[in-house]
Write a protein that binds this ligand. Sequence first.
Ligand SMILES: [Zn+2]
Length: 259
Amino acid sequence: MSEKPVNIVPIPAFQDNYIWCMQQENACIVVDPGDATPVLDYVEKHQLTLTDILITHHHPDHTGGVKELVKNFPDIRVIGIDSSRIPYVTHKVTDGDQVDIPSLNTSFRVLMLPGHTKDHIAFYGDLGLFCGDTLFSAGCGRLFEGSPEQMQHSLSRLTDLPSDTKVYCTHEYTLANVSFALAAEPNNQDLQRYQEWAQGQRKADTPTLPSTIEEQLAINPFLRTSSEEIQKTLSEKLARNVHESLDVFTELRRWKDHF
Ligand SMILES: [Zn+2]
Protein backbone atom coordinates (compact mmCIF):
# COMPACT_ATOMS: atom_id res chain seq x y z
CA MET A 1 0.00 0.00 0.00
CA SER A 2 1.52 3.28 -1.01
CA GLU A 3 1.50 5.85 1.70
CA LYS A 4 0.16 9.34 1.30
CA PRO A 5 2.56 12.16 2.16
CA VAL A 6 2.15 14.13 5.34
CA ASN A 7 0.81 17.62 4.73
CA ILE A 8 2.15 20.36 6.98
CA VAL A 9 -0.05 23.42 7.32
CA PRO A 10 0.32 26.53 9.49
CA ILE A 11 -2.89 27.36 11.36
CA PRO A 12 -2.62 31.08 12.20
CA ALA A 13 -3.40 32.10 15.78
CA PHE A 14 -3.29 35.36 17.73
CA GLN A 15 -1.23 38.13 16.09
CA ASP A 16 1.66 36.16 14.65
CA ASN A 17 1.63 32.58 15.93
CA TYR A 18 1.52 29.52 13.71
CA ILE A 19 0.10 26.29 15.08
CA TRP A 20 1.74 23.73 12.79
CA CYS A 21 -0.64 20.96 11.80
CA MET A 22 0.73 17.72 10.31
CA GLN A 23 -1.88 15.72 8.53
CA GLN A 24 -2.12 12.37 6.77
CA GLU A 25 -5.39 10.96 5.48
CA ASN A 26 -7.91 11.91 8.17
CA ALA A 27 -5.51 12.08 11.11
CA CYS A 28 -3.51 15.06 12.29
CA ILE A 29 -1.31 16.33 15.08
CA VAL A 30 -0.56 19.91 16.12
CA VAL A 31 2.40 21.67 17.70
CA ASP A 32 1.94 24.30 20.43
CA PRO A 33 -1.80 25.02 20.21
CA GLY A 34 -2.00 28.32 22.08
CA ASP A 35 -5.63 28.66 21.05
CA ALA A 36 -8.09 25.81 20.53
CA THR A 37 -10.59 27.64 18.32
CA PRO A 38 -8.62 27.87 15.06
CA VAL A 39 -7.51 24.24 15.50
CA LEU A 40 -11.06 23.02 16.08
CA ASP A 41 -12.26 25.03 13.09
CA TYR A 42 -9.55 23.51 10.93
CA VAL A 43 -10.11 19.88 11.97
CA GLU A 44 -13.85 20.26 11.60
CA LYS A 45 -13.58 21.81 8.17
CA HIS A 46 -11.28 19.01 6.95
CA GLN A 47 -12.96 16.29 9.01
CA LEU A 48 -9.80 15.27 10.81
CA THR A 49 -9.12 13.44 14.04
CA LEU A 50 -6.52 15.06 16.25
CA THR A 51 -4.36 12.26 17.64
CA ASP A 52 -1.44 14.07 19.29
CA ILE A 53 -0.33 17.45 20.59
CA LEU A 54 3.36 18.31 20.79
CA ILE A 55 4.39 21.04 23.23
CA THR A 56 7.75 22.83 23.10
CA HIS A 57 7.41 24.98 26.23
CA HIS A 58 4.94 26.26 28.80
CA HIS A 59 4.18 29.80 27.57
CA PRO A 60 0.42 30.39 27.29
CA ASP A 61 0.56 31.21 23.57
CA HIS A 62 1.86 27.66 23.07
CA THR A 63 -0.33 25.77 25.52
CA GLY A 64 -3.52 27.81 26.06
CA GLY A 65 -5.64 25.63 23.78
CA VAL A 66 -4.62 22.23 25.13
CA LYS A 67 -7.37 21.91 27.75
CA GLU A 68 -10.14 22.56 25.25
CA LEU A 69 -8.64 20.26 22.62
CA VAL A 70 -8.35 17.39 25.12
CA LYS A 71 -12.04 17.85 25.93
CA ASN A 72 -12.89 17.43 22.25
CA PHE A 73 -10.54 14.50 21.65
CA PRO A 74 -10.45 12.42 24.85
CA ASP A 75 -8.03 9.81 23.43
CA ILE A 76 -5.49 12.41 22.40
CA ARG A 77 -1.87 12.17 23.58
CA VAL A 78 -0.23 15.34 24.87
CA ILE A 79 3.54 15.09 24.53
CA GLY A 80 5.88 17.41 26.42
CA ILE A 81 8.32 17.62 29.26
CA ASP A 82 7.58 16.65 32.85
CA SER A 83 6.76 20.04 34.38
CA SER A 84 4.14 21.42 36.72
CA ARG A 85 4.01 24.39 34.35
CA ILE A 86 2.55 22.19 31.60
CA PRO A 87 -0.48 20.40 32.94
CA TYR A 88 -2.30 17.87 30.71
CA VAL A 89 0.92 16.27 29.44
CA THR A 90 0.12 12.59 29.13
CA HIS A 91 3.43 11.49 27.58
CA LYS A 92 6.44 12.94 29.36
CA VAL A 93 9.64 13.13 27.36
CA THR A 94 13.20 14.24 27.87
CA ASP A 95 16.34 14.85 25.83
CA GLY A 96 17.09 12.09 23.33
CA ASP A 97 13.72 10.37 23.63
CA GLN A 98 12.09 9.06 20.49
CA VAL A 99 8.44 9.94 20.09
CA ASP A 100 6.52 7.63 17.78
CA ILE A 101 3.44 9.05 16.09
CA PRO A 102 1.53 6.01 14.79
CA SER A 103 -1.23 8.08 13.17
CA LEU A 104 1.28 9.70 10.80
CA ASN A 105 3.63 6.73 10.69
CA THR A 106 6.51 8.96 11.72
CA SER A 107 8.63 9.74 14.74
CA PHE A 108 10.54 12.61 16.33
CA ARG A 109 13.58 12.89 18.53
CA VAL A 110 13.40 15.25 21.50
CA LEU A 111 16.08 17.92 21.86
CA MET A 112 16.39 19.78 25.15
CA LEU A 113 17.07 23.46 24.30
CA PRO A 114 17.34 25.69 27.38
CA GLY A 115 17.53 29.42 26.72
CA HIS A 116 14.11 30.94 25.96
CA THR A 117 12.86 28.95 28.95
CA LYS A 118 14.91 26.60 31.09
CA ASP A 119 13.03 23.52 29.88
CA HIS A 120 12.25 24.29 26.24
CA ILE A 121 12.35 21.33 23.86
CA ALA A 122 12.20 20.79 20.11
CA PHE A 123 10.96 17.87 18.04
CA TYR A 124 13.12 16.71 15.16
CA GLY A 125 12.28 14.03 12.62
CA ASP A 126 11.83 13.19 8.95
CA LEU A 127 9.14 15.86 8.72
CA GLY A 128 11.45 18.61 9.96
CA LEU A 129 12.37 20.56 13.06
CA PHE A 130 9.63 22.01 15.26
CA CYS A 131 11.59 24.37 17.46
CA GLY A 132 9.00 26.60 19.17
CA ASP A 133 10.58 29.87 20.33
CA THR A 134 14.24 28.85 20.13
CA LEU A 135 15.24 29.47 16.52
CA PHE A 136 13.25 31.95 14.42
CA SER A 137 13.91 32.93 10.85
CA ALA A 138 16.73 35.50 11.09
CA GLY A 139 16.39 35.55 14.88
CA CYS A 140 16.17 33.59 18.10
CA GLY A 141 13.95 33.57 21.16
CA ARG A 142 14.33 36.01 24.02
CA LEU A 143 16.26 34.77 27.02
CA PHE A 144 13.54 34.69 29.64
CA GLU A 145 15.11 32.00 31.80
CA GLY A 146 18.37 30.81 30.30
CA SER A 147 21.79 32.36 29.84
CA PRO A 148 23.29 33.46 26.53
CA GLU A 149 25.69 30.54 26.84
CA GLN A 150 22.85 28.04 27.18
CA MET A 151 20.98 29.54 24.24
CA GLN A 152 24.04 29.55 22.05
CA HIS A 153 24.65 25.90 22.88
CA SER A 154 21.01 25.06 22.15
CA LEU A 155 21.22 26.80 18.77
CA SER A 156 24.41 24.90 17.98
CA ARG A 157 22.53 21.64 18.46
CA LEU A 158 20.10 22.80 15.78
CA THR A 159 22.77 23.91 13.33
CA ASP A 160 24.36 20.46 13.74
CA LEU A 161 21.26 18.98 12.09
CA PRO A 162 21.38 18.24 8.34
CA SER A 163 21.49 21.51 6.41
CA ASP A 164 18.33 20.73 4.42
CA THR A 165 16.28 20.25 7.61
CA LYS A 166 13.09 22.28 7.40
CA VAL A 167 12.69 24.70 10.29
CA TYR A 168 9.15 25.23 11.57
CA CYS A 169 9.14 27.88 14.28
CA THR A 170 6.11 29.29 16.02
CA HIS A 171 6.13 32.98 15.11
CA GLU A 172 6.00 35.08 11.97
CA TYR A 173 8.67 37.48 13.23
CA THR A 174 10.71 37.29 10.06
CA LEU A 175 10.50 40.85 8.66
CA ALA A 176 11.31 42.49 12.02
CA ASN A 177 14.13 40.02 12.55
CA VAL A 178 15.53 40.76 9.10
CA SER A 179 15.55 44.51 9.83
CA PHE A 180 17.65 43.84 12.89
CA ALA A 181 19.89 41.38 11.04
CA LEU A 182 20.58 44.00 8.37
CA ALA A 183 21.50 46.55 11.04
CA ALA A 184 24.09 44.07 12.30
CA GLU A 185 25.27 42.88 8.89
CA PRO A 186 24.21 45.38 6.20
CA ASN A 187 26.32 43.94 3.39
CA ASN A 188 25.17 40.33 3.68
CA GLN A 189 23.84 39.74 0.17
CA ASP A 190 21.99 36.55 1.08
CA LEU A 191 20.20 38.55 3.75
CA GLN A 192 19.37 41.37 1.33
CA ARG A 193 17.90 38.89 -1.13
CA TYR A 194 16.04 37.12 1.67
CA GLN A 195 14.48 40.41 2.80
CA GLU A 196 13.09 41.02 -0.67
CA TRP A 197 11.68 37.53 -0.82
CA ALA A 198 10.18 37.75 2.69
CA GLN A 199 8.56 41.12 1.93
CA GLY A 200 6.95 39.56 -1.14
CA GLN A 201 5.65 36.64 0.88
CA ARG A 202 4.11 38.87 3.53
CA LYS A 203 2.59 41.19 0.93
CA ALA A 204 0.86 38.14 -0.51
CA ASP A 205 -0.20 37.16 3.03
CA THR A 206 1.92 34.00 2.75
CA PRO A 207 4.08 32.65 5.61
CA THR A 208 7.85 33.03 5.37
CA LEU A 209 8.16 29.60 7.02
CA PRO A 210 9.41 26.94 7.00
CA SER A 211 13.03 27.91 6.51
CA THR A 212 16.01 25.53 6.44
CA ILE A 213 19.14 25.21 8.57
CA GLU A 214 21.22 26.09 5.51
CA GLU A 215 19.26 29.28 4.93
CA GLN A 216 19.50 30.26 8.59
CA LEU A 217 23.26 29.78 8.60
CA ALA A 218 23.43 32.31 5.75
CA ILE A 219 21.12 34.98 7.15
CA ASN A 220 20.63 34.60 10.91
CA PRO A 221 22.98 36.90 12.88
CA PHE A 222 22.67 34.75 16.01
CA LEU A 223 24.22 31.86 14.07
CA ARG A 224 26.81 34.10 12.44
CA THR A 225 28.93 35.28 15.35
CA SER A 226 32.06 34.60 13.26
CA SER A 227 30.96 37.20 10.67
CA GLU A 228 33.60 39.93 10.53
CA GLU A 229 30.97 42.48 9.62
CA ILE A 230 28.82 41.67 12.66
CA GLN A 231 31.89 41.82 14.90
CA LYS A 232 32.82 45.19 13.39
CA THR A 233 29.30 46.58 13.83
CA LEU A 234 29.26 45.58 17.50
CA SER A 235 32.79 46.76 18.15
CA GLU A 236 31.99 50.20 16.75
CA LYS A 237 28.65 50.39 18.54
CA LEU A 238 30.11 49.40 21.91
CA ALA A 239 33.51 51.06 21.45
CA ARG A 240 35.38 47.90 22.40
CA ASN A 241 36.68 44.84 20.63
CA VAL A 242 33.83 42.32 20.26
CA HIS A 243 34.93 39.19 18.44
CA GLU A 244 34.67 36.18 20.78
CA SER A 245 31.65 34.09 19.79
CA LEU A 246 29.74 34.14 23.11
CA ASP A 247 30.46 37.85 23.54
CA VAL A 248 29.11 38.55 20.04
CA PHE A 249 26.03 36.45 20.72
CA THR A 250 25.39 38.09 24.10
CA GLU A 251 25.70 41.61 22.70
CA LEU A 252 23.51 40.81 19.69
CA ARG A 253 20.79 39.42 21.94
CA ARG A 254 21.02 42.45 24.25
CA TRP A 255 20.84 44.85 21.30
CA LYS A 256 17.87 43.03 19.76
CA ASP A 257 15.96 43.24 23.06
CA HIS A 258 15.89 47.05 22.62
CA PHE A 259 15.89 47.29 18.85
ZN1 LIG B 1 7.71 31.40 24.40
